[in-house]
Write a protein that binds this ligand. Structure first.
Ligand code: ZN
Length: 308
């Protein structure tokens, strides 16, 4: 009987233990499931955040900002550079009111109140070209007088453009030309007779330099001037180089579209550009001299009816 009781107690205890273990297992499973669920939530949470973070990282700095901003910057910068660093295109230059070639074959006296015929009488220093590569002689012609009619001096007489053209230089008071202007008349604006007379080949222009004016030129670089347009007044500049008031007129045939932003004789006060332009104009051989009196005489002898 006692043995039976002990056996029953043992079986009961075993059942209780098994039940307790099952309960425990059940709890553990639930906990594990809860943990898994929790982890899944976190993972899901992470997963839901990661793509967002990832897509945000990808979108913000890369596809949106850069791909849209870069082309805009490029497009903004590109048109600015050529305008600053490149010579304006022929199309751009055409926007300037260029005189029609058929209407510039007119020749005016360079001195107001003096006809082309008068000039021979007031020529004080004739053309005396230097040997090639040298800087000696007299590169142009001088007009001057102390008394002529009711004029006490040539000082202050307005200087006019002999031919229409473009201002290739407008320089203030530098050695040796003082206040001076250079006007370019392009090949297309020259008559066949003048082209033959001065032997001007295609791509080369006629340049006239007006020197020693008493004040800064009244025209600016790039301006287009007409025949007879005022450029300044006869003067005696630069001080110490021009001995008396006179107009020095110099003529050359040279490459088209030349621009001289400065020009000065070799001196410690001259810039490299000024000295290089002096060399280019006077000694390089690219701008060949001609006697301005040949042009002025041609103008005098060209009937007005044939000038247009
Ligand atoms: Zn001279």
């Amino acid at each position: 009987m006692q043995i039976l009781q002990v056996w029953l107690i043992q079986r009961t205890l075993i059942i209780i233990l098994i039940a307790a273990w099952l309960v425990a297992c059940s709890n553990t499973t639930n906990e594990a499931k809860g943990l898994k669920d929790s982890l899944r939530v976190q993972e899901t949470g992470d997963n839901s955040q990661l793509p967002r973070a990832s897509s945000t990282r990808e979108r913000t700095p890369f596809p949106v900002a850069e791909t849209l901003a870069m082309p805009r910057m490029t497009q903004t910068n590109t048109p600015t550079l050529p305008a600053m660093y490149f010579t304006p295109s022929p199309e751009a230059q055409d926007l300037v009111p260029t005189p029609s070639p058929r209407h510039v074959r007119e020749y005016c006296s360079p001195l107001e109140g003096h006809t082309l015929k008068d000039l021979q009488e007031i020529l004080t220093n004739p053309f005396n070209p230097p040997p090639p590569g040298k800087d000696t002689g007299h590169h142009g012609v001088d007009f001057a007088y102390y008394r002529r009619g009711n004029r006490p001096s040539i000082l202050g007489v307005p200087v006019h453009a002999v031919m229409a053209g473009r201002v290739a230089a407008a320089i203030q008071n530098r050695i040796p030309y003082g206040n001076m202007v250079i006007i370019e008349t392009p090949h297309s604006a020259l008559s066949e007779e003048l082209i033959a007379l001065l032997n001007i080949s295609n791509g080369r222009s006629l340049y006239l330099l007006y020197a020693h004016m008493n004040e800064k030129p009244t025209v600016e670089l790039g301006d287009w001037v007409t025949c007879g347009q005022a450029l300044g007044e006869v003067g005696n500049t630069p001080k110490g180089w021009s001995s008396d008031p006179h107009l020095h007129l110099e003529g050359r045939i040279g490459p088209a579209d030349a621009v001289f932003r400065g020009m000065a004789y070799y001196d410690t006060g001259a810039t490299l550009e000024e000295m290089e332009n002096y060399r280019l104009w006077r000694m390089s051989g690219e701008f060949t001299l001609f006697d301005p009196m040949v042009l002025l005489t041609f103008g005098l002898n060209t009937p007005a009816a044939e000038r247009d």
